[in-house]
Design a protein around this ligand. Structure first.
Ligand SMILES: Cc1cc2nc3c(=O)[nH]c(=O)nc-3n(C[C@H](O)[C@H](O)[C@H](O)COP(=O)(O)O)c2cc1C
Length: 517
């Protein structure tokens, strides 16, 4: 909103359409307690188009938040030629080329998430190694760092802090003080506030962001494919790091899927035994990652609202050669397996969607909700009632109009959900067990039912797409040290696996031997 007059206008619009836009049906629903989801546009560099110079944006992202922020910088651009780089492409071989590009740029922006014990994301591991080793010649390169973290973790924003310090030590020139986002409280607000500082320092007078966004330029070519076409195989280095799991998960049979609770308990906790093919191995207390599937009824109603043909088959040819998900696939696959339709909607999502409304009133309302001034309305109308993309598209913003490529570009990718494996790999080398609490409830404000996208999918599943994520959680090697198990939040699942492992080792299974603790 760039003037008080427009702001007042938007306020009136908001009230005027509040009944139509905000009266929400209580019939449809599902929401997920999801991790921030990866946005769909990724690292393809836009063609050079500006005389104001280049801003390089490097992202270190595991679940897509930092990557989504990088896309926002590209969309807002403020008259710069914004080039987004996946840090995975930053290795010893390419370091000097990147360093030269960094020195020639107006700014190099690093968006870095922290994981584990203050560790980098997988895609930033090599960059961080080079940075720590002092092997980057970046003297004089202008930089700014925004770290993404969570104050619940001991090593809060360790990667952002490390990069900020090491870049300075290497002689790079800090242009904006480091920003930090806290996922426990206010990641998006922290980011918006920092971005304001960034743009005010780098303003070129091009106020593209304040006018509202245009449609996102897809970073791929879309074409229809013959019905029945199967996904093409994609080599590992041609898979987008943030969505690599779509290519790597293996479809497995759920040979046991039984309810653990008695009918009088209420709620549902499932014991699921997944048969593993020889290619899939795990160690006791590793995590299983499951690819969720959206509920078929939600997919159908969303497709009907957006007038998308679920049976259509299409293929994406990425401009940067990195594939987002396996294609050719159907629009049904896109909506069921590859799109987060029930996760929380962030303000940036609303802003992006405002460009796809045929009714200017809808656009104005979405922009208002996405704006700083509309923060209270966002809280009341979107956050508290847990409005997700499905609700928005089916019940609130009737004029939303998305082609399939628009849909891919503007929506977020569905992320895997992680469950601690509750079996011992010594006892069950060819099966992994999961103990899954099914998430279901009603929104306190609207009474609308919601369900966890993955636990609900697993509740009756006979098959699921799985991969294994290593864990640092292990029993002591010596088989003698006494162990006290405390499971706050993690529940019984890892304990069951460890107890099975201790027993299996005590009985000599797996050739390890050992004593009972
Ligand atoms: C398993 C896990 C471990 C994490 N470890 C840390 C940590 O050690 N320090 C921290 O500040 N944040 C930590 N976080 C928070 C993430 O950095 C934060 O959610 C961030 O927004 C993720 O960004 P991404 O979506 O781009 O990967 C962790 C999050 C998860 C899910």
């Amino acid at each position: 909103m760039d003037s008080p007059a427009v702001l007042a206008g938007a306020g009136v619009v908001l009230l005027g359409v509040s009944y139509a836009l905000y009266s929400m049906s209580s019939s449809s629903s599902a929401s997920s307690p999801s991790a921030p989801a990866a946005k769909s546009t990724s690292s393809a560099a836009a063609p050079a188009k500006s005389t104001n110079g280049v801003i390089n944006v490097y992202f270190g992202s595991q679940t897509g938040t930092a990557e989504g922020f990088a896309d926002q910088i590209r969309a807002e651009d403020h008259g710069y030629d914004v080039k987004v780089h996946d840090l995975e492409d930053f290795d010893a071989d390419s370091a000097s080329e990147h360093a030269a590009g960094m020195k020639a740029a107006k700014l190099n922006l690093f968006l870095l998430a922290t994981y584990g014990e203050g560790e980098p994301t997988d895609n930033a591991a090599e960059f961080v190694r080079l940075l720590k080793a002092g092997e980057l010649d970046v003297a004089g390169a202008p930089f700014a760092v925004f770290g993404l973290g969570n104050t619940q973790y001991e090593h809060y924003n360790a990667m952002g802090k490390l990069a900020d310090g090491k870049l300075e030590k290497a002689g790079a020139e800090r242009k904006v003080p480091m920003g930090m986002g806290d996922d426990d409280k206010s990641m998006e607000e922290d980011w918006e506030a920092w971005k304001e500082k960034l743009w005010s320092a780098f303003s070129t007078g091009s106020a593209k962001a304040s006018k509202g966004p245009g449609k996102i330029k897809p970073t791929f070519d879309y074409k229809e494919a013959p019905a029945g076409s199967k996904p093409k195989s994609v080599p590992a280095d041609k898979r987008q790091p943030s969505t690599r799991f779509y290519f790597e998960a293996v479809e497995c049979e759920c040979k046991v899927n039984k309810e653990l609770r008695s009918p009088t308990d209420g709620g549902s906790t499932k014991h699921i035994e997944v048969s593993l093919p020889p290619s899939l191995k795990y160690n006791t207390a590793d995590n299983s990652a499951v690819l969720p599937r959206n509920d078929a009824a939600l997919v159908k109603s969303l497709a009907a609202s957006l007038d998308l043909d679920l049976s259509k088959t299409f293929e994406l040819a990425p401009h940067d050669g990195k594939h987002m998900f396996p294609t050719p696939c159907t629009v049904s696959d896109l909506l069921t397996k590859y799109t987060d339709i029930t996760g929380p909607l962030r303000r940036a999502d609303l802003k992006a969607l405002s460009a796809y409304c045929s009714d200017p009133l809808d656009s104005a309302v979405l922009l208002r909700l996405a704006s700083k001034e509309g923060k209270a309305e966002y809280l009341e109308k979107i956050e508290k009632p847990q409005v997700n993309f499905h609700h928005l598209a089916t019940s609130m913003v009737k004029s939303l109009s998305l082609t399939v490529p628009d849909f891919v570009a503007v929506t977020s990718r569905l992320q895997p959900r992680y469950y601690t494996i509750s079996s011992s790999s010594t006892k069950h080398p060819t099966a992994l067990h999961m103990t899954v609490s099914v998430i279901e409830g009603k929104n306190a404000l609207t009474g609308r039912p919601f369900a966890g996208v993955c636990s609900k999918h697993l509740q009756e599943a006979t098959k699921c797409d799985v991969f294994v994520k290593e864990s640092t959680f292990k029993l002591p090697e010596d088989n003698k040290t006494p162990v006290v198990m405390i499971g706050p939040g993690t529940g019984i699942a890892p304990m069951r696996a460890l107890l099975q492992e201790v027993r299996a080792q005590a009985s000599g299974a797996g050739g390890k031997g050992g004593g009972v603790r």
